[in-house]
Design a protein around this ligand. Structure first.
Ligand code: HMG
Ligand code: MG
Length: 294
């Protein structure tokens, strides 16, 4: 059964811009976020409080939060890897954070400079302190459907990592296909291995063109929160085979066709992505943006 309503978790300003070769101007980032809110998006992942040397594209996180004209009813979650990141996020007055774990040993090393096991020691105080401060905490799991160094990832391994994040106090778990290799049968298998779809969200990169098919499979399994990136921007600097996320426009087009409500104005959104594409100097990879604005 499909959910009647879908929550779109917009990750363009974070997942999209973290992977740009050049650093996007703060003014452009702020306008991007504001236009996304204007298009009806209610959850906009704004930036990351990670080490500025690791992701220089988002080193302006504090300035960005300070410059944001926050709107009522819009959440602006940020990525936080560790206690130093949490301190910075709290200083900036954030109310929603996301920690990000790896399902594999190699990516834990490459993305977090930790072992698979020791990543949890880093996250544990972040989640407990954030919850004590009244923040909502999401947990990402990366490399859920395959890892560029390790290949296929056992379902048990993913479920073990995911459950640890939920047990720690994450209210939602986003299952990340970091390198975009998943296919719909795998999506069903992972979601059913978790037992219940209520706390799950899905996060597909579109490297192999499967993101929309995978999303439909997840919706059919009862998942109702879908991550997407305006114009299909995105990727992970520590996983070179990753390309852009599922484009928010492509998702909205499908949801409209299915009659599922989401609250987004497709025209405003496509205008925003077309505007961003000129700022970035290359066309949006989104098929829907190309069809509407190409
Ligand atoms: P580390 O080098 O092990 O850090 O990096 P450390 O804990 O050893 O600390 C070293 C120094 O860095 C210390 O300074 C810290 O204070 C400082 P010193 O005492 O030497 O002067 N430091 C910080 N400074 C500012 N902000 C911080 C911070 N942390 C430490 N937060 C660390 C460990 C986790 C920090 C690093 O590996 C890192 O920043 N990684 C982030 C990588 C990243 O952002 N990747 C992309 C996001 S994940 C993704 O895209 C996947 C996702 O989209 C889902 C999917 O697609 O699957 C979410
Ligand atoms: Mg991602």
């Amino acid at each position: 059964d499909l959910p009647g309503e879908v929550t779109i978790w917009e990750v363009g300003p974070r997942d999209g811009l973290q992977n740009e070769k050049s650093v996007v101007d703060l003014d452009v980032k702020l306008e991007f976020i504001d236009r996304l809110a204007d298009a009806g998006l209610r959850t906009i992942e704004a930036t990351s409080f990670v080490h500025p040397k690791w992701v220089p594209q988002l080193a302006d996180a504090a300035d960005l939060l300070a410059g944001l004209s926050k709107r009522d009813g819009v959440r602006y979650p940020v990525l936080v890897p560790n206690e130093r990141g949490l301190d910075r996020a709290l200083e900036s007055g954030v109310t929603n954070i996301a920690i990000f774990a790896s399902a594999t040993e190699t990516f834990a090393q490459k993305n977090l400079n930790r072992t698979l096991d020791s990543q949890f020691e880093m996250f544990d105080p972040v989640v407990s302190r954030a919850r004590a401060a009244g923040l909502e905490v999401r947990g990402y799991v990366s490399m859920v459907f395959g890892d560029p160094w390790e290949g296929p990832v056992p379902v048990d391994q993913v479920v073990t990592v995911g459950r640890r994040l939920l047990d720690m106090g994450c209210s939602q778990l986003s299952l990340g296909d970091t390198i975009g290799v998943a296919t719909p049968g795998q999506v069903e298998a992972i979601i059913s291995a978790f037992g219940s779809p209520e706390a799950l969200a899905v996060h597909f990169h579109d490297t192999y063109g499967q993101a929309l098919a995978n999303t439909l499979a997840a919706l059919q399994c009862g998942v109702s929160t879908v991550d997407a990136s305006a114009g299909g921007l995105g990727g992970c600097p520590y996983a070179e085979s990753a390309t852009g996320n599922l484009a928010t426009e492509d998702l909205v087009w499908m949801l409209d066709g299915l009659g599922l409500s989401h609250g987004v104005d497709l025209n405003k959104l496509a205008d925003t992505s077309a505007w961003m594409a000129t700022r970035l100097g290359r066309p949006s990879p989104s098929r829907v943006v190309q069809a509407l604005r190409g």
